[in-house]
Design a protein around this ligand. Sequence first.
Ligand code: NDP
Ligand SMILES: O=CC(=O)O
Length: 325
Amino acid sequence: MKKKVILYRDIPAQERQRLDNQFDITFFNGINEENKDAFIAALADAEGLIGTSTNMSSELLSLAPKLKAASTISVGTDLYDLNYLTERSIPLMHTPGVLNETTADTLFTLIMCTARRAVELSTMVREGRWTSNVGEALYGTDVHGKTLGIIGMGRIGYAIAKRGHFGFDMKIQYSNRSRNLDAEKDLNATYIDIESLLKTSDFVCVMTPLTPQTERLIGAKEFAMMKESAIFINGSRGKVIDEAALVEALINGTIRAAGLDVFEVEPLPASSPLCKLDNAVLFPHIGSATTETRLKMVTCAVDNLINALNGDISQNCANKKQLNR
Ligand SMILES: NC(=O)C1=CN([C@@H]2O[C@H](COP(=O)(O)OP(=O)(O)OC[C@H]3O[C@@H](n4cnc5c(N)ncnc54)[C@H](OP(=O)(O)O)[C@@H]3O)[C@@H](O)[C@H]2O)C=CC1
Ligand SMILES: O=CC(=O)O
């Protein structure tokens, strides 16, 4: 008999077929108030879960007593209660690596758009407010030759730094809990403490995972440490920063601008004060959102689930160490 698996996000047909070949699939196109009861009912028999963008609390997961493996179509694992899964010896599979370059492209787009005020000035043109040559009040700031500080120099941080170093002749500095020797060797990156990084970087880019240690890592105190000319970029998770403090910093001129792909609440409500600020560039969490990369992520997540339900968690298991397997 095929194992019962819940697919809670629509995926391309060829990948769906691969799941159907192996498992008895119950499909939900996202979980919402209307289908939540049906989802909860399906959890009772599910041995596998695959999808993304739904908060999988321990409360919800406790309704899946037969669960053997979960596979998230993301590298970030923060939507799952990893400790709870580990207590139950359930592996959480994720998709590291396949999205590094695309996500770094997105983050570099935020760097360029904020520095050159691309969205603000494009809007000016579209609205017929371009009436004379752009003067000093609307000048941008250079990216090339500046100092890029990366908080969270992991796979994606490295790919962003690579663009800065090779493409824009930027000086790279970074802050992690441990050193990234590849970045130091390949990109001449300097390892410094977070406070020094905040004080001396022209661009501060956050790329850590969301964990209890990184929640609200950057708040009012940290924005105050940054240069007035600094541009702040967040591609990690919204809760890694204090969003209200960022709004204050942008309004008060504590820092120059911010480029954000992630928010405390997603989708970002249009009523957010961020939406009123010309010096904030806001993307709808599109770090990895290209056709090519999203397909690679789905393929990876499907492989991961098949492997995990066959007892192989050697690749891409987020809690492998904790499971001692
Ligand atoms: N916007 C988007 O669409 C996307 C967002 N993401 C987000 O990016 C995150 C990072 O992905 P990825 O690069 O693959 O992950 P990695 O694990 O490769 O990198 C994370 C880095 O953060 C560092 N880090 C962890 N905790 C801390 C801390 N407390 N203080 C300082 N540094 C810390 C780690 O180094 P060390 O352990 O030495 O501290 C590591 O270098 C994901 O978890 C996800 O949240 C990912 C993809 C797309
Ligand atoms: O935010 C995206 C991810 O893959 O994590």
